[in-house]
Design a protein around this ligand. Structure first.
Ligand SMILES: Cc1cc2nc3c(=O)[nH]c(=O)nc-3n(C[C@H](O)[C@H](O)[C@H](O)COP(=O)(O)O)c2cc1C
Length: 365
């Protein structure tokens, strides 16, 4: 148990989860939380999609939806930070309550519904950003009432081009009706064609390219994974982020919030998201993959890399383990590499893909 878990967590967990989140953002913004310096170890450095990152550990989307604390998160030891999801127009999201802690499972259920300040304000905040340099990507999405979801992703690219280091098209939130349909082969093909065409135009006009990733769900069967791999092949997409929250409730202990609607994240998502990651690795060759879902320490981070991830991200782990988790995961990675004569973190990627891919998802019996 670390200092956060012993002292701060009991206080925060007595508050309504959204209030606790707002307080945590404020504390990080004002740098009220003293954090040990992240390890600067050459073995952690990794180059993915043209970026030289100090370490492979990223902040997942949804924690800093409005780009308020990108700098403090980089200072806390994250190798890169993904802000958003940002939609073209501001959006208040679903009615509260919409965020639930499942403490015994180390999990969260959320149905936030893309509450965010909108592209305009987020662009202004990113443009005014000071503090440590580092890679800050923007996760883009569609307004719930949009008549053309794909146009909203294209608008995100256009409006945020100058302030984002990379983009993630989030087509896997379970909380915007119809969004996940973009994962079908034809719809994904159309999204990629329109988005990546626009990317090439913008890159040619502004003289700088931006990597584009697509974030997919963990609730995919093998045929759906085949369809995604086929739609992605040859498009110039820079990578996949695997995975968003799950609609599955497999393995949850009975409790007051286990039946809430929304996406489940945290420990119960680890196995499922890691299996899907490994199976996608088998389908996409060397395409960069970012592994997300249930990482709560160095062990689970190492497993994600071994299953096939080039980079990793977490969100729920930060809620349960606190802001020192990024540094702790990096220190754990260094210890593991030293003990196992691994020269660099990239050498862990895919060492156990076959093993993970052959595990069964709960619905496969
Ligand atoms: C409260 C909450 C809000 C989230 N919001 C977003 C979001 O806006 N966009 C997105 O792509 N993912 C969002 N996510 C998903 C996370 O980025 C991540 O994919 C997922 O939670 C699994 O990782 P974890 O188990 O480490 O939390 C959200 C997750 C949580 C818990």
């Amino acid at each position: 148990m670390n200092l956060f878990e012993a002292l701060l967590r009991p206080v925060l967990f007595r508050l309504d989860p959204e209030r606790a989140h707002a307080l945590a953002i404020e504390a990080l913004r004002c740098r009220l939380v003293p954090l040990p310096a992240p390890p600067a170890d050459a073995r952690l450095a990794v180059t993915v999609a043209g970026f030289d990152l100090p370490n492979p550990v990223g902040m997942a989307a949804g924690f800093d939806k409005n780009a308020v604390i990108a700098g403090p998160l980089l200072a806390a030891g994250f190798g890169f930070v993904e802000i958003g999801t940002v939609t073209p127009r501001p959006q208040s999201g679903n009615p509260r309550p919409r965020l639930f802690r499942l403490e015994r499972d180390g999990a969260i259920i959320n149905r936030m519904g893309f509450n965010n300040d909108g592209q305009e304000r987020v662009a202004g905040r990113l443009a005014a950003r000071t503090g440590p340099r580092g890679i800050v990507g923007v996760n883009i999405g569609a307004n719930r009432d949009s008549p053309d979801f794909i146009a909203d992703y294209v608008a995100g690219l256009e409006r945020l081009w100058d302030v984002a280091d990379y983009f993630t098209a989030n087509i896997s939130s379970p909380n915007t009706p119809g969004l996940r349909d973009l994962q079908g082969r034809a719809a994904l093909g159309e999204l990629l064609a329109r988005l990546l065409d626009r990317r090439e135009q913008l890159a040619a006009g502004r003289g700088r390219r931006r990597p584009v990733f697509v974030k997919i769900a963990p609730d995919l069967d093998n045929r759906q994974m085949d369809a995604i791999a086929a739609a992605v092949e040859g498009t110039g997409l820079d990578g996949l982020i695997i995975a968003n929250t799950t609609l599955s409730r497999h393995g949850l202990r009975p409790g007051p919030h286990a039946g809430e609607a929304g996406g489940l994240s945290g420990r119960p998502l680890f196995e499922r998201s890691t299996i899907v990651l490994a199976r996608m690795r088998q389908r996409v060759g060397s395409l960069p993959l970012v592994g997300v879902g249930g990482i709560d320490g160095a062990r689970s981070a190492i497993a994600k890399l071994e299953a096939g991830a080039n980079l990793i991200q977490f969100y729920t782990g930060m809620v349960y383990r606190g802001p020192a988790l990024a540094g702790a995961v990096n220190r754990g990675l260094v210890r593991f590499m030293a003990a196992n004569a691994v020269a660099r973190v990239g050498d862990l990627t895919g060492r156990r893909t076959g093993e993970w891919a052959s595990r069964k998802l709960p619905e496969e019996g």
